[in-house]
Each structure stands twice: as structure tokens, then as C-alpha cells.
Design a protein around this ligand. Structure first.
Ligand SMILES: C[S@@+](CC[C@H](N)C(=O)[O-])C[C@H]1O[C@@H](n2cnc3c(N)ncnc32)[C@H](O)[C@@H]1O
Length: 187
């Protein structure tokens, strides 16, 4: 299983799932299925697991498509009520398919990390989750960094966590400038 996470951070989120008794989980952005499988393992068998990912959206598509499909099959065999929705998370038909399977005890948003998408995913899916988590809240580069795609999660997270009754942050990357998971409780 390929997972794109700092192990201690995803383990901490899995522990939140366990403590909160999460039985329905939506992940926006699953890539190889690593975090999907890790978080599902913190939920009772029979729980609902829904994954949304963009076909051909990112590098390593042939590998990620095969691995994600295999992860979903494995979860189904274990007895999880698992659904895989291919498409852009902001597309109306994708939103409708997800909403038909919701609401969710927990939502993990780890797809397009730029500001417009973060706001859309938060509006479309944050509203149907009791607990909402984001990846890459601790990502940090110099302002003139031009080597890769933008990651706007830290600024976004700083705004939406404001004035929440309950928030937890897991920032365990050894360099201090990568990854990080933020979790908020909507009520
Ligand atoms: C960082 S990876 C997810 C990693 C995974 N959560 C893990 O930790 O193992 C981001 C994924 O989001 C998907 N993605 C990017 N933009 C998307 C969009 N607009 N709609 C749906 N999925 C998207 C990409 O295809 C990619 O597989």
C-alpha cells in the first residue's frame, strides 16, 4: 500500500476516528488508496467508505488507478460498504453522487490544494461531515518557490479554523515544513 502521509500524523487522525466512533467516511483525493485504507481500518467493519479521485489527474496515474481499485476491492471483501467515484470533486454530478451517500461522520480533504478548490471542497463536502480534516496544513516554502504546484492549505486552514470550538493539529514532520493534518469539529 502506497501512502502519502507522515505515519504519525495519519495514525493520530485514525485515533480521532476511533475515539469519535466514526462509521461513515468520505475522502476527497485518495491517489493510491493509502490513507483510505489506513483510516478505514480505524472504523468498524460494515462502515461506509467513499472515495473521490480525478482520473488521469496527476502523475503515476496507471499505478494509482490500479492501486486505488485494488484497495477498494480489498475493503469491500473485508465487509466495508465502499464506493469509488471517479471525477472532479467540484463537478455537479460528482457532488450529487457523494451527497446521495452522505452525510458522513468524517471527511478528509486531500485533493487539489489550491485556494479555489479548497473553498469549493469545503463548501460542498465540509457541510456534510461532522469532523472535517485537511492534509498539508504545515506545508511551507519560500514565497518565490516555483518548482511545483501550489499548496495553499496553510493559509486556508488558518482562516477556517478561526473561532471553531474544537480543532486539533498534527504536525509531526521532522523537517517542520511538510504535511500536517488539521481536524475541526463542525458542532
Ligand atoms: C495527495 S494525493 C492524495 C493522497 C492520499 N490521500 C493519501 O494520503 O494516500 C491527491 C489526489 O487528489 C486527486 N485530485 C486532485 N484534484 C482533484 C479534483 N479536482 N477532484 C478529485 N480528485 C482530485 C489527485 O488525482 C490525487 O490522486
Amino acid at each position: 500500500m502506497t501512502i502519502m502521509q507522515v505515519a504519525a500524523e495519519i495514525d493520530a487522525l485514525a485515533e480521532v476516528f476511533r475515539k469519535e466512533g466514526v462509521k461513515s467516511f468520505l475522502e476527497i483525493g485518495s491517489k493510491f488508496g493509502g490513507s483510505l485504507e489506513r483510516l478505514a481500518s480505524a472504523m468498524p467493519v460494515g462502515s461506509r467508505v467513499v472515495s473521490v479521485d480525478l482520473p488521469r489527474g496527476t502523475r503515476a496515474w496507471p499505478q494509482s488507478e490500479a492501486e486505488l481499485k485494488a484497495t477498494v476491492s480489498k475493503l469491500r471483501l473485508k465487509g466495508y460498504d465502499t464506493h469509488l467515484i471517479w471525477g472532479d470533486s467540484t463537478a455537479p454530478d460528482v457532488i450529487a453522487q457523494v451527497r446521495a451517500l452522505g452525510p458522513f461522520d468524517a471527511v478528509f480533504i486531500d485533493a487539489n490544494h489550491t485556494t479555489p478548490y479548497l473553498w469549493k471542497d469545503w463548501e460542498n463536502y465540509g457541510s456534510i461531515g461532522k469532523i472535517v480534516a485537511f492534509h498539508d496544513i504545515a506545508w511551507h516554502r519560500a514565497p518565490d518557490w516555483k518548482e511545483g504546484v501550489r499548496i495553499d492549505v496553510p493559509e486556508f486552514w488558518h482562516v477556517i479554523k478561526f473561532a471553531r470550538k474544537r480543532v486539533e493539529e498534527f504536525r509531526f514532520c521532522p523537517t517542520g515544513k511538510n504535511n500536517g493534518i488539521g481536524v475541526l469539529w463542525r458542532s
